[in-house]
Design a protein around this ligand. Sequence first.
Ligand SMILES: Nc1ncnc2c1ncn2[C@@H]1O[C@H](COP(=O)(O)OP(=O)(O)O)[C@@H](O)[C@H]1O
Ligand SMILES: [Mg+2]
Length: 243
Amino acid sequence: MLVLSGVTAGYGPVKAVIDVSLSVGEGEAVALLGANGAGKSTTLRAISGLMRLTSGTITFAGIDIGALPPFKIAELGIAHVPEGRQVFPEMTVRENLEMGAFIPRAKAERPRTLDLVFTIFPVLAERRGQVAGTLSGGEQQMLAVGRGLMLKPRLLMLDEPSLGLAPVVTDATFAKIQEIHAMGMAILLVEQNVSRALTLVRRAYVLESGRVVMHGASAELADNKQVQAAYLGIDATEGRVRR
Ligand SMILES: Nc1ncnc2c1ncn2[C@@H]1O[C@H](COP(=O)(O)OP(=O)(O)O)[C@@H](O)[C@H]1O
Ligand SMILES: [Mg+2]
């Protein structure tokens, strides 16, 4: 459904993403892994039209989206839940969610989608009248995901949903993402939390300095000594957990 082919993009002279090729199938969950600064967020920005491509192509459902503005890409069904949640702190939970349905197709469905989001996230239903800035970090993450769902996307892109959350809150967040995926939603998950991400997705790509250095099935990557050493805190020679 989503296909990136030889995508290069950057900030002025700095190439943050270099010759990246990856794909996400209909209803598939795929992770994009890598250390801080590897180019994960830039890749998502390139997909959602927030960055211009220097070279390469991006297609979604067979349509070339590489030069489309963000609004058009959203209209085609790609929702981008940004790093750091970026909810509107002065607006209520409900208003934040309504902001997510900013394209005509989603606006028409708004009451029904809102009900669905409240069913998935009962805590958002309870707090619908509360201003978002007073929510906990985990609740704000759920609100950001809920806002993404309000677009009625075919692909949900999540940028580091576990960032800054306590482990137990991360567990709850990932359980919700799993639930949304089980409803048939395709997911492109960006994470530094590699072990957690690999339990959720079927396939993953590893980025290093803007390039894809590895990709494969989650189980293969979890067993890969290089991945274990670099990202899972397991000593490559002794198979022991470092620390
Ligand atoms: N707004 C920006 N201006 C200039 N350089 C940036 C900007 N955002 C990111 N970069 C650089 O691009 C590279 C990739 O960043 P990013 O995509 O945010 O990585 P990640 O999400 O994997 O942590 C890094 O070297 C980073 O310093
Ligand atoms: Mg990032």
